[in-house]
Each structure stands twice: as C-alpha cells, then as structure tokens.
Design a protein around this ligand. Structure first.
Ligand code: HEM
Length: 194
C-alpha cells in the first residue's frame, strides 16, 4: 500500500482515467455522448482538480500531524498540472468543434469565452514552472509567480457561472471554493499570530 501511494506513475494513471473515459465515450458513442458532454465533463474535471489543489494547504494547516497531509503536499503540484491538462484538453475539444480560426477569433467577443482564454493563459506559466528544477531555479520568485493561481481560479469559476444556462451548480462550486480560501486565509493568519 505504501509503495502504491508513493508511486507517481500510479497517481497519474488514476488522474488520467476520467480523461480517457471522456475521449472513449466521445469517440465510441458520439450520438449519445457528444460535444456538449465532452466540453462540460472536461471543464468539470479541470475545475475539480483545481479545487483539490487549492484545498491542500488548508488541509495541511488543519491536520498537520497526519501523514496523509504531508503526502498531499508532495503531490500538490501533480494535482495542479493535472488540472491544467484537463483545461488544455477542454480547450482542444472546443477548438476541434469550432474547426476554424475565424470562428475561434469571432467568439473571443463572448465574455465567458474570453475569460476562459485569460484563465488558461494564466495557468500556462504555472504549469511550465511545475518541475522540481523550476522550483529550485526560481527560489522565492516561484512562490510569488504561483500566486497567479488565485486570479486564475476566480476567472475559471466566473467562466463557469457565465457559461452555464442554469448557473446553480457553478455557484455551489463558487461557494465551496470561497470556503476553502476563507479557511486557508484564516488558518494562515491564526497560525502566524499565535
Ligand atoms: C481556452 C479557453 C476556454 C474555452 C474556449 C472554453 C470553452 C468552454 C465552453 C464552450 C464551455 C461550455 C459552455 C456551455 O455549456 O455551453 C465551457 C464550460 C466550462 N469550462 Fe471552459 N473554456 C476555456 C477554459 C477553461 C478553463 C481554463 C477551465 C478550468 C480550469 C474551464 C472550465 C470550464 C467549466 C467548469 C465549464 C462548465 C462545465 C459544465 O457545464 O459542467 N474552461 N468552457
């Protein structure tokens, strides 16, 4: 069990499963599982993994003595990169569907699409500097650069709220994200002052 938990390839196999399932259903049963499902599910997984990444620090602060939070801290960058991979896949699904640069450019005037692109652009430098080498090379700048995750997360959830016909589910996720972030800020403040 310990060896399985320590294995990064195994973690990535698990993280890749929803993506493989989305691609398989889109390719095998396009009548039942079309573009609307593929774009929605890939966006959901990108957003869930982003939330999981952001939840790691408050969990660590809350349960410092528990070994599983140390494991989560070691795997936090993997979760973030997986979120980016789903966001990139989501974008590829969108580009395949639109099929022409003219349409893609024209749709930049739709607020939720533009916001999605800006969020993705903010995630690019974070994913590009996710390796151990980048962490070591950038030193303190790495931490400052990776604070970009917060505006990127806000834009992601704004993108979701604005894209949805019925934004109830999106707002529920905004509430969970706000709770995660509120808890993080409060725990960091409390542990600094006490
Ligand atoms: C390149 C920029 C992006 C484009 C063009 C784009 C496009 C889209 C489209 C067309 C939809 C479907 C809206 C509908 O239901 O009609 C959507 C939904 C969504 N997108 Fe994006 N997106 C982008 C970036 C992102 C990023 C970076 C994330 C997350 C990290 C994300 C997460 C979501 C989520 C969660 C949904 C809602 C899924 C649902 O309805 O369950 N998107 N996006």
């Amino acid at each position: 069990m310990k060896a399985a938990l320590a294995s990064r390839p195994l973690l990535w196999l698990v993280l890749a499963m929803p993506g493989a399932w989305i691609l398989y259903r889109w390719a095998a049963t396009p009548d039942l599982y079309g573009y609307g499902h593929a774009i929605g599910d890939s966006g959901d997984w990108a957003a869930w993994l982003l939330m999981a990444t952001l939840a790691v620090t408050p969990l660590r602060l809350l349960f410092r003595r528990h070994g599983w939070t140390a494991w989560l801290m070691r795997r936090r960058r993997d979760l973030g990169v997986a979120s980016f991979a789903y966001a990139a896949g989501h974008t590829v699904i969108y580009l395949v569907r639109k099929g022409s640069p003219d349409i893609v450019l024209a749709e930049l005037s739709t607020p939720y699409i533009l916001i999605g692109w800006i969020a993705l652009a903010l995630f690019v430098p974070l994913a590009a500097t996710s390796s151990d080498i980048a962490v070591r090379a950038l030193k303190r700048t790495w931490k400052r650069l990776h604070r970009l995750v917060y505006p990127a997360a806000i834009l992601t959830f704004l993108h979701w709220v604005l894209s949805a016909f019925d934004p109830t589910v999106a707002w529920i996720h905004v509430g969970i994200l706000a709770a995660i972030e509120g808890l993080r800020v409060w725990l960091q403040w409390r542990q600094r002052v006490t």
